[in-house]
Design a protein around this ligand. Sequence first.
Ligand SMILES: Nc1ncnc2c1ncn2[C@@H]1O[C@H](COP(=O)(O)OP(=O)(O)OP(=O)(O)O)[C@@H](O)[C@H]1O
Ligand SMILES: Nc1ncnc2c1ncn2[C@@H]1O[C@H](COP(=O)(O)OP(=O)(O)OP(=O)(O)O)[C@@H](O)[C@H]1O
Ligand SMILES: [Mg+2]
Ligand SMILES: [Mg+2]
Lengths: 254, 254
Amino acid sequence: MGKTISLVNQKGGVGKTTTVINLGASLAYYEQKCLIVDMDPQANATSGLGLSNIYPSVYDILVKEANPREVIRSTDTENLKIMASDISLVGAEVELVQTKGRETQLKRKIMSLKSDYDFILIDAPPSLGLLTVNTLVASDSVLIPIQAEFYAMEGLGKLLHTIRSIQRELNSRLTIEGVLLTMYDTRLNLSHEVTEEVRKYFGEKVYNVIIPRNVKLAEAPSYGKHIFAYDNRSRGALTYKELAKEVMERNGKT
Amino acid sequence: MGKTISLVNQKGGVGKTTTVINLGASLAYYEQKCLIVDMDPQANATSGLGLSNIYPSVYDILVKEANPREVIRSTDTENLKIMASDISLVGAEVELVQTKGRETQLKRKIMSLKSDYDFILIDAPPSLGLLTVNTLVASDSVLIPIQAEFYAMEGLGKLLHTIRSIQRELNSRLTIEGVLLTMYDTRLNLSHEVTEEVRKYFGEKVYNVIIPRNVKLAEAPSYGKHIFAYDNRSRGALTYKELAKEVMERNGKT
Ligand SMILES: Nc1ncnc2c1ncn2[C@@H]1O[C@H](COP(=O)(O)OP(=O)(O)OP(=O)(O)O)[C@@H](O)[C@H]1O
Ligand SMILES: Nc1ncnc2c1ncn2[C@@H]1O[C@H](COP(=O)(O)OP(=O)(O)OP(=O)(O)O)[C@@H](O)[C@H]1O
Ligand SMILES: [Mg+2]
Ligand SMILES: [Mg+2]
């Protein structure tokens, strides 16, 4: 049975999409069947893997009753598929508000896919609105990327509050998969201080692997490639491989 | 009459809040009366200026009919005030959907304030939802911060599309105030390439001033201070002073 992990943090630009793409690709290289679901209207996970002109997309599953299997696309990487997104997803937030069972739309649509994959990774937009609520309700666990900076820490209280209320009312089995420090710069005190703080707050949940700031990770999406296809020897590639190993270990997959 | 400028870009983490705070503070030092309106439920502009436990907040103006003047707070900086936000603003997106005139709530509430200030700067959340639509409808112009990276460029088409439809249907006088390159790293080709691209796309609208990546800008909010109170000699402080001068020149204020 596939494990559904969502990448959530309402703070913008903390590495949600970069982690979905490169953790997904790395798990695929370790022979794990992986599906990425792009729940962000910005569709960065979609374009970061080189896909465009998407129809049907995640929007059509949530609002138009399209068949989920029709929206799954292959990527250049074996074992890695994606349910792509596009800007029409902006409309889903407003259209879903009037729908009965608006929080459980995504969950109902992807339940039948779980047995086809080892991991389903969902990329959420930078907000705590209805698309993110759908993502949390559809997930077994949530992986929280945190940029080692002040604002990223600030929002954690609100994020945990949202996760707890989802656990209470809509998805009692939701757990925290892990907390990942991203864009870490060894030269900055700030990175070090925030890391100490995060380990105090989350303890064991914090991954041993820390993703460094590495320009290759920022360059790769402009070529529509994940880091392993763009520069397999970069520090970015090596640390995302380490992360995949740690995620697999924590899930008894090695 | 105060000019209302909103900081909008649905891409997360591109420097919207950092620009609102530091451009606002710098304009205040140049004797411009400045009001910051925090329209982001993350309330980063509010906490970045050292404020907390906010009641009443922007939420109370939009949804509860509170008097806008009661929500304006002073900061440690003369000529700089803020209309603070808190997490309750997340609820406004859903609550406003059912309201008549839902797109013009903010505009109606702050119109009476324009004559008290030289500049009103509005910080928007990283989305194109109802809070951002309210922000664009209430504004004379929009300042677009762009991080010199791939995903930040990707979203520009959608942002311009949204601005054009607001101009057509809700606010015909909305213009582009300017386009600001942020977190520029001189050592990266990526920064240079994106900058060329942005200048080709936006021409004159791109500010001559480019904000460099500077750790002092990331440290300052953890002390609840803008850059001039935290480290007035840093490159971050100098470039935001330059930016304020350029914004004033473009608005005939020098
Ligand atoms: N470790 C890293 N080193 C350098 N750049 C990075 C790293 N991780 C991500 N980036 C870059 O930083 C920017 C933000 O990352 P990304 O888009 O993955 O964040 P996000 O949380 O998905 O953003 P949003 O909130 O807008 O969805 C992107 O331009 C990305 O390429
Ligand atoms: N020029 C800079 N140099 C270094 N760090 C910066 C700079 N500008 C902003 N930052 C840091 O980068 C992060 C993102 O900036 P900021 O929060 O201002 O972006 P934003 O667009 O407002 O994000 P959001 O989309 O979440 O509202 C913050 O941690 C901030 O402190
Ligand atoms: Mg993203
Ligand atoms: Mg912000």
